[in-house]
Design a binder for this molecule. Sequence first.
Ligand SMILES: C[S@@+](CC[C@H](N)C(=O)[O-])C[C@H]1O[C@@H](n2cnc3c(N)ncnc32)[C@H](O)[C@@H]1O
Length: 322
Amino acid sequence: MEIQLHGKKIRYSEDFKEGFDTAIIHNDVLSVLNTLPNESVALIVTSPPYNIGKPYESPLEFQDYLRWQTAVLQECVRILKPNGSICWEVGNYVSDGEVFPLDVYFYTIMKGLHLKMRNRIVWHFRHGLHASKRFSGRYETILWFTKGDRYVFNLDAVRVPQKYPGKLGYKGDSKGRPTGNPRGMNPSDKWEIVLRDWENELWDIPNVKSNHPEKTIHPCQFPIELIERLVLALTNEGDVIFDPFVGVGSSLVAGLEQNRKSVGVDKEKNYTDIAFARVTEAINGKLKRREFGKPVHQPKGNEKILRVPEEWKTAKLSKWVQ
Ligand SMILES: C[S@@+](CC[C@H](N)C(=O)[O-])C[C@H]1O[C@@H](n2cnc3c(N)ncnc32)[C@H](O)[C@@H]1O
């Protein structure tokens, strides 16, 4: 099928085939992976189910879950190009209050598949569930592995503004001259990309979720920007990116917006339908989304939401009240 929007022709497919720009496949991940050609994909990027009882999961024994994920990763390695990358975004599996950090388990699985780790990126976000019996979790990790030692890494495409552009050298040849790279600095392996665009909205609108620009019905949706940085750094224009657990298509949008071909699989039809709608909106320039590289909101100090409520003061409930 060809979607024609604003003069741009996008070849859409429901299968992985030659000549497509984007393919959204509604099926089980392994059934699809088994049919894909060897060494055909430049970047595999996903957030798999964590086996924590989300509506789209049938919980497995933890060891069975790890075996299933190993089978998925084995096939991913087969379809990955020799200079390609795999990025697995994970949090914790929790059972009876005990935390099992999934990246620890996935590291062992990836090493067993002869992949080489390039970064363990910490994705820090400021909001989430408030734990009462342990510290609240405010980060997840992206494990970036490559198949070989020669791999794509376009650092210039993802540089961020220098923190101290006016810093001058104080000795040698660089004395008195700016020391930073004018093209910007390496974004490092700690990323602060808002989980939901509530950094801005929070201050004014209490009902955060319904006002979030990218929010759909999916309970665990990626911010597009998170994937966009990986797409820009780890692939070149025209490359194929693949998300084996694509949900509502955030990585497809990230790929298409950066002129890559993108393929995604999900077993839930209501998610792949939304993915198709979002891809169409993105091509049409109509998708509501957080702007790439937009700084995270920093409160100025006079916002209403920063004030200690009167009832806390009266009852001396807060130890920070004078
Ligand atoms: C963590 S979510 C991914 C969300 C996605 N990153 C997004 O931004 O929408 C995991 C997804 O895996 C899908 N899934 C779970 N088991 C699957 C299977 N066996 N085959 C294909 N998809 C599966 C779920 O339906 C869910 O949408």
